[in-house]
Design a protein. Structure first.
Length: 86
C-alpha cells in the first residue's frame, strides 16, 4: 500500500473514526456465520456484545433530504482537503 493511501486513511479516520463497536459487530457476525455453517441454530444477537444491557437498540432510520446529504458531502470534502494540506 503506498504511503499516500495510508495518509488518506489516517485523514479519513481523524474525521470518521471506526470504533471498537464496529469491530465487535464484525467479529460477532463472523462467529455467527461459522456457527451456522457448522449446524448451529443460535441467533445473531447472541454473538453481539450488548454493553448497555438495559437499553434495547432502536431501529430508526433517519431519512435525509438530498440537500442535506449534498451539504454533508461538501463539508466532508472540505475537511478532508484541509486535513491533507497539513
Amino acid at each position: 500500500m503506498p504511503a499516500s493511501e495510508i495518509i488518506g486513511w489516517q485523514v479519513f479516520f481523524s474525521i470518521y473514526p471506526f470504533t471498537q463497536d464496529r469491530e465487535d459487530m464484525r467479529m460477532g457476525q463472523l462467529s455467527w456465520i461459522m456457527n451456522r455453517v457448522n449446524g448451529g441454530k443460535t441467533e445473531l444477537a447472541k454473538f453481539i456484545p450488548n454493553y448497555l444491557k438495559d437499553i434495547e437498540p432502536k431501529k430508526q432510520v433517519a431519512v435525509k433530504s438530498l440537500e442535506v446529504q449534498d451539504k454533508e458531502l461538501d463539508e466532508f470534502k472540505k475537511r478532508y482537503m484541509d486535513a491533507l494540506k497539513r
